[in-house]
Ligand binder design. Structure first.
Ligand code: DC
Length: 220
């Protein structure tokens, strides 16, 4: 029987806006399955690059997509993507090479279409694994993947602060450049979402802002 209190939380926002840390914390607090869809696009990018495919080679992209299958490994509270049965190491999906190529691959409609049902299917993975819900972060979660999500948040932050966060994480990332490539999706996902400016907020403050309405709903 469907669990009536099962909730879906969509968290969209640009690179280094605070999505990952806050959605991880929410997943712990409310026992939600956490799906980082940026890591799905990154894993697929790594797989395509391994096969020598570039974002301008559309026939190569299509051929590679038709040969790959997507499954999920639930590790703790995290829904990790497996490509044709294997996961891609975190060091590779966060590498400068993948970071530089992920936005151009993610802009290809066939790439987005290939991941659409897979991402929606994470709600079933959460139910089957007895989570209380799903928290999914990305760029188009509240607009395309789960437009009927129970909660739709959009996080943003000043570009200087975002560059500082990435540097502190020891990562090379041109956040503003990636956001320009991702901008149409970002525009769409902020419509109707609760907007949160994380520039001057601590992680704890961001989490409190997101958690308050969720806690109220779950207590009702
Ligand atoms: O969240 P992230 O920076 O790890 O995401 C990596 C890239 O993946 C980002 O530049 C855009 C793309 N992406 C997307 O297009 N749609 C999503 N739902 C998630 C990520």
């Amino acid at each position: 029987m469907a669990n009536p209190s099962f909730i879906i939380v969509a968290i969209d926002g640009g690179a280094a806006s605070g999505k990952s840390s806050s959605s991880r914390t929410l997943s712990e607090r409310f026992h939600l399955l956490h799906a980082d869809t940026g890591s799905y696009y990154r894993a697929l990018t790594a797989e395509l690059l391994r096969g020598g495919v570039t974002p301008t080679d559309l026939p190569g992209v299509k051929a590679a997509l038709s040969a790959v299958s997507f499954t999920t490994r639930v590790t703790g509270r995290s829904a990790e993507i497996e490509l044709s049965g294997h996961t891609i190491p975190d060091a590779e999906i966060r590498s400068a090479e993948v970071t530089a190529h992920v936005a151009p691959f993610a802009a290809i409609p066939e790439v987005r279409a290939a991941l659409l049902d897979y991402q929606r299917g994470q709600a079933d993975t959460a139910r089957k694994n007895n989570f209380r819900g799903l928290v999914m972060e990305g760029r188009d979660i509240g607009s395309k993947i789960f437009p009927d999500a129970d909660f739709r948040f959009f996080l943003f932050a000043d570009p200087v602060e975002r560059a500082r966060r990435r540097e502190q994480q020891g990562l090379q990332d041109q956040v503003a450049k990636r956001d320009t490539l991702d901008s149409q999706r970002l525009q769409e996902s902020l419509q109707g979402a609760v907007l949160i400016d994380s520039t001057h907020l601590t992680l704890a403050q961001v989490v409190e802002t997101l958690a308050a309405p969720i806690a109220a709903r779950l207590a009702a």
